[in-house]
Design a protein around this ligand. Structure first.
Ligand SMILES: [Zn+2]
Length: 93
């Protein structure tokens, strides 16, 4: 009788992204949260959520999370709503 064996390889990875430059002022007013929140750029949002910028824009179009426009016309994403939408955990504030 032929004997077979099965080997399971489990690989765990961890990603740690530090945003030491947060676009927009910390404490930018978010009308949806009715609070001062941190706002980040689309690029930062995509990196943090590990999705494409296209996916972030698509989610914005579907009102998945909050956003505002800076004085220079740059789109800024409400960090709190982004974290909630993508179920991300914040390590610190
Ligand atoms: Zn918000």
């Amino acid at each position: 009788m032929k004997k077979t064996s099965r080997t399971t390889i489990t690989r765990e990875t961890e990603r740690f992204l530090v945003l030491n430059h947060v676009s927009g002022a910390a404490g930018t007013w978010c009308a949806e949260c009715a609070a001062a929140v941190k706002m980040i750029s689309i690029v930062e949002a995509a990196l943090l959520a590990e999705v494409s910028q296209r996916a972030v824009f698509h989610a914005l179009e579907n009102s998945a999370f909050h956003f505002t426009e800076s004085e220079r016309g740059t789109l800024l994403v409400c960090l709190d709503s982004l974290m909630n939408y993508y179920n991300l955990q914040r390590l610190c504030r």
